[in-house]
Design a binder for this molecule. Structure first.
Ligand code: DGL
Length: 281
């Protein structure tokens, strides 16, 4: 019996995390929840973000009989994890900016955090910096434009190089030697970021750490009978033809609205323990 892993993000950023998890758990079934109707999260009010995420994640978990949910979004993880864990009876893994390894790896103790405007201003992020990077000078760079640029890249649109250069100029000028990619969209632009910032800046993200955590929480031995499968990609709004092509290339067998037809995946989950509720009553 295959393990059902639900990966969630406001956009395509969570695919950077899903790719890492798939490396360590190649026999699981993957579902993706894409809240594109409310993207970008970095601009949302905190309570609106919390309520909306908990609602749709709860629905998706039940719909696919998820065994674990990965909140592959820093902007959401820094707010919703306590509420989500109170609702669900399955493990919930979140992602937070890789401040700790960055502080350890930086030679000049001058690091940058590139994340959404929401994440750079969160109390959670302030606490992370105080706790793990007290000896470093940490500069925060908030950008929703880069989130939209990663979306455009995955929708097979050209990257606006002039805009990218303008957005990255303050980072390049700052003198940091390590940059935390504190938004899951940004590894999608890693090549472009590295080219502009140069090899002297180390780029760090949390993908491998999240994958290791998911691997630890699941029992990979029981998982070997299933075969790797990218199942449904659930959306909260229609997606572009370009993104649909990318998702097909990526291997998703279907793209469908979260509130649409349930027939296919219900036949899938009702054959095993999918009838058990995944929410606490
Ligand atoms: N991918 C997200 C993150 O890690 C959020 C991007 C957004 O919706 O602003 O923060």
């Amino acid at each position: 019996m295959s393990t059902n892993i639900l990966v969630f993000d406001s956009g395509v950023g969570g695919l950077s995390i899903l790719s890492e998890i798939k490396q360590v758990l190649p026999h699981a079934s993957y579902y993706y929840l894409f809240d594109n109707a409310r993207l970008p999260y970095g601009e949302l009010q905190e309570q609106e973000l919390i309520d909306g995420c908990i609602d749709i994640i709860g629905q998706a978990v039940e719909r696919v009989a998820a065994d674990i949910v990965v909140v592959a979004c820093n902007s959401a993880s820094t707010l919703i994890l306590p509420g989500l864990r109170a609702l669900l009876s399955i493990p919930v893994v979140g992602v937070v900016p890789a401040i700790k390894p960055a502080a350890q790896l930086s030679k000049n103790k001058h690091i940058g955090l590139l994340a959404t405007p929401g994440t750079v201003n969160r109390a959670y992020t302030h606490d992370l910096i105080t706790k793990f990077a007290a000896e470093c000078h940490v500069e925060r760079f908030g950008s929703s434009e880069l989130v939209l640029m990663a979306e455009a890249k995955m929708a097979q649109q050209a990257i606006d190089k002039a805009l990218l250069a303008a957005l990255l100029a303050p980072i390049k000028a700052s003198g940091i030697d390590t940059l935390v990619l504190g938004c899951t969209h940004f590894p999608i632009l890693k090549q472009e970021l590295q080219t502009y910032l140069g090899d002297e800046v180390l780029l760090l993200d949390s993908g491998k750490a999240i994958a290791a955590r998911v691997h630890t929480l699941l029992n990979p031995e029981t998982d070997k009978s299933g075969k790797a499968a990218l199942q449904a990609f659930f959306t909260t709004k229609t997606i572009s033809a370009g993104l649909e092509r990318t998702l097909a290339d990526y291997g998703f067998s279907s793209v469908r609205p979260l509130n649409g037809d349930t027939t296919d995946e219900m036949t899938n989950v009702l054959t095993d323990e999918g009838t058990q509720s995944k929410t606490k009553s």
